[in-house]
Design a protein around this ligand. Structure first.
Ligand code: FAD
Length: 261
């Protein structure tokens, strides 16, 4: 069972600040972590490998320091780790991100299953997994909470829906995104930590990936961030005075004035 897991390194806080000039996150001084949903994806892949054999390849697109996330993946059981890093990848929207990851997966070659998190805690779109399935032309199942059966060319999963659970079957290769209900990620073992220290991180730039700089990063993005801002909440209150009956009368008058009644 050859499994590819896509992980993203994200700021380990929701208190991020935005540069008003560039409309991008200010990342200085912020600790980076593996997107929490992706830790479930790694764990599930490692469990499947332990049960069925095969290999777990973990892939990320990000700046050079994203290799720390990949080394962490090695400490919990990943066999091979690949960093897609190039200035040309910067400014990618979800389409360009999915396109770059899909190209890397095609370069990796034969795989049975791709696992991603259900969404990230920074971009939060949940688009990258489904977009990759379109690009690779393989089936996609979201919010998987249990892998019920997996064997060559066949997968049966239980996935979360609003009303409960749904059991789906598909052929392999396929892509799934996992919900946190699927497992409890393990902590790195001492042996795992030692292994991660000397782990080799394979790095692919646009050259190794064999892609054109027009199809990745900002140039390959069909959307652009025009403005980014935190919503300003303005609350205005007025205290109505007088006897209760008088207050009710004033309130009704104001509601009528505002055409609310
Ligand atoms: C116009 C535009 C410009 C942007 N410019 C920048 C920028 O300059 N710098 C910047 O950092 N971000 C930028 N972003 C954000 C960037 O597009 C997203 O970080 C990226 O596309 C992933 O989207 P998401 O975080 O919503 O992931 P989701 O779709 O929510 O992620 C789902 C899953 O896909 C996988 N995944 C997501 N991203 C990656 C990745 N990079 N590598 C491997 N696996 C991944 C993970 O398993 C994740 O759990 C920009 C976005 C837009 C729309």
């Amino acid at each position: 069972m050859n499994i590819v897991v896509c992980i993203k390194q994200v700021p380990g806080t929701t208190e991020v600040k935005i540069d008003p000039e560039t409309n991008t996150l200010i990342r200085q001084g912020i600790e980076n972590i593996i997107n929490p949903f992706d830790t479930y994806a790694i764990e599930e892949a490692v469990r499947l490998k332990e049960k069925h054999g095969g290999k777990v390849t973990v892939l990320t697109m990000g700046p050079p320091q994203a290799d720390a996330a990949l080394k962490e993946a090695v400490s919990v059981g990943a066999d091979e780790v690949i960093l897609l890093s190039d200035r040309a990848f910067a400014g990618a929207d979800t389409w360009a991100t999915a396109n770059t990851l899909a190209k890397a997966i095609q370069k990796i070659g034969a795989f049975d299953l791709i696992i991603t998190g259900r969404q990230t805690i920074d971009g939060d779109t949940g688009q990258v997994g489904p977009e990759m399935s379109e690009m690779l032309n393989i089936p996609f199942i979201a919010y998987v909470s249990q892998i019920e059966e997996i064997k060559e060319g066949y997968l049966r999963v239980s996935r979360m829906i609003e009303e409960g659970h749904e059991v789906l079957e598909t052929t392999l290769p396929a892509i799934i995104t996992v919900a946190k209900e699927i497992n409890i990620p393990r902590l790195p073992s001492l042996r795992g930590m030692m292994k991660s220290k000397s782990a080799a991180v394979t790095t692919w730039s646009i050259k190794e990936l064999g892609v054109n700089d027009k199809e990745v990063g900002l140039a390959g993005s069909s959307t652009q961030v025009v403005k980014i801002f935190f919503p300003q909440r303005v609350s205005q209150a007025e205290v109505l005075t007088g006897e209760p009956a008088e207050q009710v009368e004033k309130l009704i008058g104001k509601l009528k004035e505002a055409k609310l009644i």
